[in-house]
Design a protein around this ligand. Sequence first.
Ligand SMILES: Cc1cc2nc3c(=O)[nH]c(=O)nc-3n(C[C@H](O)[C@H](O)[C@H](O)COP(=O)(O)O)c2cc1C
Length: 250
Amino acid sequence: MANPTLDTLLNHRSIRRFTAEKLTAAEVTTLVDAAQHAPTSTFSQQYSIISITDPQQLATLGDITGHHWLEKAGHFFLFLADQYRNAQLAPKTSTTTANLHSTDKLLAGIFDASIAAEAMVVAGESLGLGSTIMGSILNDADQVISLCQLPPLTFPVFGLAMGHPAEQPEQKPRLPQSLMHFTNHYQPLASTADLASYDQTIADYYQSRGTHQRAETFSHHIAAELSRDPQQRAKLAQVLQAQGFLNSLP
Ligand SMILES: Cc1cc2nc3c(=O)[nH]c(=O)nc-3n(C[C@H](O)[C@H](O)[C@H](O)COP(=O)(O)O)c2cc1C
């Protein structure tokens, strides 16, 4: 099966090097339009997008993420979970307030932002642009909140650096479907053969790719990710609480 939409989806790779060409205002509007047409939970549109164009702010985001290449992107979008807009337009009752501060609404904001961001990624790729979603803004969520003057009941979920690609990296091979697509019930890792084969595929990928070559299997990669000091982002729960989320059940 093949069509242009599937081709775009199946050709995805994150792009971290861009030409000097900035996105036009029309391109930015089209990308936001595509993001806006993504589904949203209960049609409540519980996210917002901030275009960061100020070089000082971009430099600070470069410091926070450790990824200064974002400053050279054609455009940088910040995706927020946003219950603040609805707080402003809804009647102020105790039920409304309890709902807006709930875990359910925090999650809804996060998935609305996430689904919209992926729609923007795919729209960009369909136009020949490339991008990288940047969760590393959460290295200092507090600073991002003050940098962009985010009100309560909002939370910065991730950045999205988008631009004209100046690289064509190899695609990262995905897990075999046997390890991630199940029927009717969950399947813990039973057969190690598929995992061993995927580990070898990833080891080959890391060995042969054009940049940052290393000797690492997928299992090694996950072990390394999970051995990071959890204290690095220990403040996240506090920041969420300071923004008005996760303070009480439900
Ligand atoms: C939620 C999320 C956060 C991410 N954060 C970063 C990031 O901070 N920096 C970065 O270089 N890539 C980031 N990425 C991109 C992933 O590293 C990338 O998608 C993954 O390695 C697979 O590579 P591919 O997108 O080229 O297929 C993020 C992706 C997601 C979905």
